[in-house]
Design a protein. Structure first.
Length: 274
């Protein structure tokens, strides 16, 4: 009976964590460039049940396996390209990623990202192209983080009248060359960790920086001004998964309550006999 408590409780915890992942996806359904997360469930190692002194032989007979619970093994990001939306706003930039070759180590293609300098001066990354121009004329994210050029320095575009070419070259409205927007390549997107404000931090073998994709034919892309990439959250599927998670949580809760009632009877009723 105690083992049943553990199984039901582990099922409740796993579904609660799954619900948290789905809730994050729903909360960011309108965040430009957001990549939805998926949860992977896995059972704990099964235990082998044997019957002692089986039959008249005095040997142990194998009965079968006994599951010992379930848990959420990992949280992985869906890095597929989101649809583009025409905003008509000159500071909006969409990163349209072309077909990338699968990586030898992962068997999956990588992902292209904008390079950003956070408030600590560290390099982070984002797919959110909802940019702005601050009071000093620098191109920033909506939260004020600097957008970096290929030289590793913040891009100074003077004002919102700049022009962006498909390869990232920027010209100010006074026909001055402002630099080229940096696009980085993440070989394994699952090594990127969401740090908030739409930013991603690389936690791979070289956490300091990702390789640049600018000028490399192996990393085809196009930057489109006055466009934004939508999130790739599938609303219908997410709501279906959320409902399923709630129902499975309630089913495990019912089982847990049944075990609790049986345990009370075992302690109060059976224990009082004598």
């Amino acid at each position: 009976m105690i083992r049943g408590f553990y199984q039901a409780a582990s099922g409740m915890v796993a579904q609660q964590r799954r619900t948290e992942v789905l809730g994050d996806n729903l909360a960011n359904m309108h965040t430009p460039g957001y990549k939805s997360d998926h949860s992977a469930m896995r059972t704990f190692p099964n235990m082998l049940i044997q019957a002692m002194n089986h039959g008249n032989t005095g040997t142990n007979g194998i009965i079968g396996d006994l599951p010992s619970g379930v848990y959420m093994q990992e949280r992985t990001a869906d890095v597929r390209q989101g649809d583009l939306r025409d905003t008509g706003v000159g500071t909006d930039v969409a990163l349209l990623q072309g077909a990338l070759e699968p990586e030898a180590e992962t068997g999956e293609p990588g992902m292209l990202l904008f390079a950003v300098q956070d408030e600590n001066g560290d390099v982070q990354y984002t797919r959110n192209g909802n940019f702005a121009v601050d009071g000093q004329g620098f191109l920033t994210t909506g939260q004020g983080h600097y957008i970096l050029g290929t030289d590793g320095e913040p891009l100074e575009v003077e004002n919102e009248g700049f022009t962006l070419e498909g390869n990232g070259n920027i010209t100010t409205d006074s026909d001055e060359y402002a630099g080229q927007l940096e696009v980085a390549y993440a070989p394994d997107p699952q090594q990127l960790v969401k740090t908030g404000s739409g930013l991603l931090q690389n936690e791979g073998e070289d956490p300091a920086a990702l390789p640049s994709a600018v000028g490399e034919d192996a990393y085809p892309y196009e930057l489109q001004q006055q466009f934004l990439e939508r999130s790739n959250v599938d609303i219908g599927q997410t709501m279906t998964d959320m409902t399923q998670a709630y129902r499975q949580f309630e089913a495990n809760q019912t089982v847990l309550q049944a075990y609790d009632q049986n345990m009370q009877r075992a302690v109060n009723d059976i224990g009082s006999i004598g």
